[in-house]
Design a protein around this ligand. Structure first.
Ligand SMILES: Nc1ncnc2c1ncn2[C@@H]1O[C@H](COP(=O)(O)OP(=O)(O)OP(=O)(O)O)[C@@H](O)[C@H]1O
Ligand SMILES: Nc1nc2c(c(=O)[nH]1)N=C(CO)CN2
Length: 168
């Protein structure tokens, strides 16, 4: 058994419907431990594209790191995602942020197919803000407490991550 933190993002189509369907699928298979609410976030990266809805889920089950990556890809495929431009728009993006063994040891990997922790998680407000809500005690291996990483972000980047439920 291991625990994984997954980052879910959508910026095409019915964004909220897509994220809710992914969370429901994880809940129905009995692996969902915690989830954030939905957040609207400005697009990160070099590609001009619509705003994202993002969420963090914590799952626990009988999978290793590759198993969680496989599950992430299945969720993307179920949402109709095709492989497109790097960092470009998509119906659903599921990244594996961390995997932790049951004894609390973080899984570390520099394999390009599954790099852990996710190499860009520590600088992404759209990951850190929802994660600190889903798990206020969370730690990102190599970078420290997630709540401290949020506090160290540019306040403008944090303010731009807006609880989406409040807008609707
Ligand atoms: N921790 C990880 N989570 C998800 N994919 C990973 C991870 N580490 C490596 N990869 C690899 O990255 C490849 C590209 O993933 P993807 O298209 O989701 O990237 P991206 O979302 O555009 O960029 P980013 O990784 O910066 O979020 C995947 O096929 C996967 O094998
Ligand atoms: N705000 C935000 N920006 C992104 C996201 C995402 O999930 N949220 N995913 C991307 C895919 O690589 C690129 N940029």
């Amino acid at each position: 058994m291991s625990r994984a933190v997954l980052s879910l993002g959508a910026n095409l189509g019915d964004r909220a419907g897509t994220l809710r369907a992914a969370v429901t699928a994880l809940k129905d298979e009995g692996v969902l431990v915690a989830r954030s609410t939905l957040y609207e976030t400005p697009p990160w990266g070099p590609v001009e594209q619509p705003p994202y809805l993002n969420a963090i889920v914590v799952v626990r089950g009988d999978r290793d790191a590759r198993g969680w990556l496989q599950r992430a890809h299945e969720l993307e495929q179920a949402a109709g995602r095709t492989r497109e431009v790097r960092w470009g728009a998509r119906t659903l993006d599921v990244d594996v942020v961390t995997v932790t063994a049951d004894d609390g040891t973080p899984v570390l990997s520099d394999d390009p197919e599954i790099t852990l922790p996710h190499p860009r998680a520590h600088e992404r407000a759209f990951v850190l803000v929802p994660w600190s809500i889903a798990d206020p005690t969370a730690v990102l291996a190599g970078h420290g407490k997630v709540a401290d990483l949020v506090a160290a972000l540019d306040p403008a980047d944090v303010a731009a991550v807006v609880r989406w439920d409040h807008l609707h």
